[in-house]
Design a binder for this molecule. Structure first.
Ligand code: PLP
Length: 407
């Protein structure tokens, strides 16, 4: 077998994205046992940093071993039991994922939907809460498939007043914008690793409050083999073992009850990624994402392209741009990757072939990368035969913005 050889890439997609060398370095450290005090100390400090990242005092702030989908599934599988009503407002593909997970947990799922590229008025969602009276409201904060960010500062409170549990997929927006979990009174929120936090995929920070913990613990069952007399319970237990949050609570608290073996190297990555993000500052990091998002949009417009659903509740970490007419978007995308090592994303469903999604997430979001990207992308579009574009104007606009504006 040949030596593993990985070519350099400039990944401008909504994940996975490139990582800081300091994260890679942390990942090459020695393995520690999962109950080694040095390791449990790292676990505790990581929980502390997860709290800070979500701006919450929630005791229950720890990572799930698995990609973000595992984090979402852990939350849904623990809060939804067969027959529970779940309301899912859908603005794109990841809303459908919440439906899928809630259905698999046996939930009775109700959906409301907006056309692609739109978001809900919060009042519409609150009206649906009153009409459907679900146990759980599950929704996506940053809908990566359409590049929209759903406003939700009123929803947590509205849920609480109605005895509903709010669950938020903040995978794509986490540490790319400010998500004040306590201020917004959200019950359970799932972050992401391979998006704006910029570490490899495979571990997922989540947080949930005491109200949520109390509810899921009604279905707690400690697995046989480590169960004690105090753990005996006769209740309709959570059917997943690996993604059972109540058992994970025992692993991530004083009890340190054995569950799975923590993913050692991923913990190092998470620790280091969070440390770097908090050192930058949650607000400052959000400003950095917005600053470069604006830069990229200005450059693409000067180039002569059209931004999809411009200025309408845009995520600041993914820019959606319409594919020029008469161009095969997929052939262009694969050419860009093959010839120049630059990757952008297509989209799903009705938007596939209509828009490209250009991610500006985490570590990749630096002037040098954006300038490199705009240069190659523009020139390659012109060489692919797209007429009426002005790469000079794109670069001049970009550099002028960078020289005049700061964040
Ligand atoms: C990327 C993404 C996910 C899934 O994350 P994985 O790490 O691939 O499991 C879920 N929700 C949203 C909004 C995302 O952008």
């Amino acid at each position: 077998m040949e030596e593993l050889r990985i070519e350099r890439r400039l990944i401008m997609t909504p994940g996975p994205v490139g990582i800081d060398p300091r994260v890679s370095q942390a990942m090459s450290s020695s393995i520690l046992g999962q109950f080694d005090p040095d390791f449990t100390n790292i676990m505790n400090q990581t929980m502390e940093m997860i709290r800070a990242s979500f701006m919450t005092k929630n005791k229950w702030s720890f990572p799930i071993d698995g990609t973000s989908r595992a984090g979402i599934e852990a939350v849904i599988a623990s809060i939804v039991k067969p027959g529970d009503k779940v309301l899912v407002p859908i603005i794109g593909r990841f809303g459908q994922l919440l439906v899928e997970l809630a259905e698999r947990a046996g939930g009775e799922v109700h959906t409301i939907q907006r056309p692609m590229g739109e978001v809900f008025d919060q009042a519409e969602i609150i009206a649906a809460l009153d009409e459907i009276q679900p146990k759980v409201l599950a929704l996506v904060h940053g809908e990566t498939s359409t590049g929209r960010m759903q406003p939700m500062d009123q929803l947590g409170k509205a849920c609480k007043e109605r005895g509903v549990f709010s669950v938020v997929d903040a995978v794509a927006t986490y540490l790319g914008t400010v998500i004040p979990v306590d201020e917004w009174e959200l019950d359970a929120v799932i972050g992401g690793a391979q998006k704006c936090l910029s570490i490899p995929s495979g571990i997922t920070p989540i947080t949930f409050n005491d109200r949520f913990a109390e509810e899921i613990n009604k279905r707690k069952r400690v697995e046989s083999g480590i169960r004690t007399a105090e753990d005996e319970a006769d209740n309709p237990f959570i059917t997943s073992n690996y993604l059972d949050l109540t058992q994970l609570q025992d692993y991530w608290s004083e009890r340190r009850l054995n569950h799975h073996t923590e993913a050692t190297v991923m913990m190092y990555a998470l620790y280091q990624g969070l440390r770097l993000a908090l050192e930058e500052g949650v607000e400052k990091r959000a400003q950095r994402h917005e600053y470069h998002h604006t830069a990229l949009k200005k450059a693409l417009k000067a180039l002569g392209l059209t931004i999809y659903s411009d200025n309408h509740h845009e995520m600041k970490m993914v820019t959606c741009v319409e594919i020029p007419e008469n161009l095969d978007g997929e052939a262009f995308r694969s050419g860009l990757l093959k010839e120049y090592g630059v990757e952008i994303a297509s989209s799903f469903g009705a938007l596939h072939g209509k828009i490209w999604r250009i991610g500006t997430m985490g570590y990749v979001v630096q002037k040098m990368n954006i300038v490199t990207f705009v240069t190659i992308f523009s020139a390659y579009l012109v060489n692919s035969g797209v007429k009426g574009l002005d790469p000079n104007a794109a670069l001049r606009t970009l550099l002028t913005y960078y020289e005049k504006e700061s964040y």
